[in-house]
Design a protein around this ligand. Structure first.
Ligand SMILES: Nc1ncnc2c1ncn2[C@@H]1O[C@H](COP(=O)(O)OP(=O)(O)OP(=O)(O)O)[C@@H](O)[C@H]1O
Ligand SMILES: [Mg+2]
Length: 202
């Protein structure tokens, strides 16, 4: 019989956001500061072959979300009281809602994000699709569809160092800062700057 609570994690913290926004960099530094367990969803799915197939058009893998969910449940049960940091843009879809302490949605100004994406090797359709996701708040809306507002914290990482972003997260975890959404408005900002047509091409 399972003794309730034993082996369970202290907190489960999700780090989500558009590709290239800075999730892995932030999640890894946070993991070392909290001495937590780090879980990267792409790495997990690839390493354990939790995939349904390949999307050739998008040059990406199709993750078997049910098997990823199962594995996350097992890993969380075995983590010996450590915090768990889950890094991935679909984290809210695979970690059971009731287990999650906070969801941090990283945001980045599309002008800056586009440069990060280009440096990360994105181009063409894939770049514009991912940029449109950031402009249209897709990850934030996904998070809010699963979790209530109090748990979802939107963080604007634009122009901030890694340390600054991680310090913001730690302040929220320590209840020294408030967690809220409604932080950025990329549509309004790009429109005001006359850049919307150059950035929203989907
Ligand atoms: N605060 C920051 N300041 C400057 N550069 C950053 C910052 N955060 C991340 N970067 C850089 O941006 C790039 C993308 O970061 P990272 O790999 O952490 O993003 P990601 O969201 O995990 O991307 P993916 O969705 O592809 O896994 C990396 O080259 C990283 O070094
Ligand atoms: Mg990453």
């Amino acid at each position: 019989m399972l003794i309730s609570g034993q082996g369970m994690s202290k907190r489960i913290i999700l780090i989500t956001g558009t590709p290239c926004v800075g999730k892995t960099s932030v999640a890894r530094l946070l993991t070392s500061k909290l001495d937590a367990l780090y879980l990267n969803l792409t790495e997990l799915a690839t390493r354990e072959n939790l995939i349904l197939g390949k999307d050739k058009k998008r040059d990406s893998i199709i993750v078997d979300e049910n098997r990823v969910k199962q594995r996350i449940n097992e890993i969380v049960e075995d983590c010996d009281g450590k915090d768990v940091i889950v890094d991935g843009h679909y984290a809210v879809d695979v970690v059971p809602e009731t287990l999650v302490t906070f969801v941090f949605v990283l945001r980045r100004n599309p002008v800056e994000l586009r440069k990060f994406m280009e440096q990360g090797g994105f181009s063409g359709q894939k770049l514009w699709e991912n940029l449109a996701s950031e402009i249209l708040d897709v990850c934030l809306i996904d998070a809010l569809n699963v979790h209530g507002e109090g748990k979802v914290c939107e963080l604007d990482a634009s122009g901030k160092s890694l340390e600054e972003v991680v310090d913001d997260i730690l302040s929220i975890l320590n209840r020294n800062k408030k967690c809220f959404v409604g932080v950025v408005d990329w549509l309004g900002k790009l429109e005001a700057e006359g850049l919307l047509d150059d950035f929203l091409k989907i």
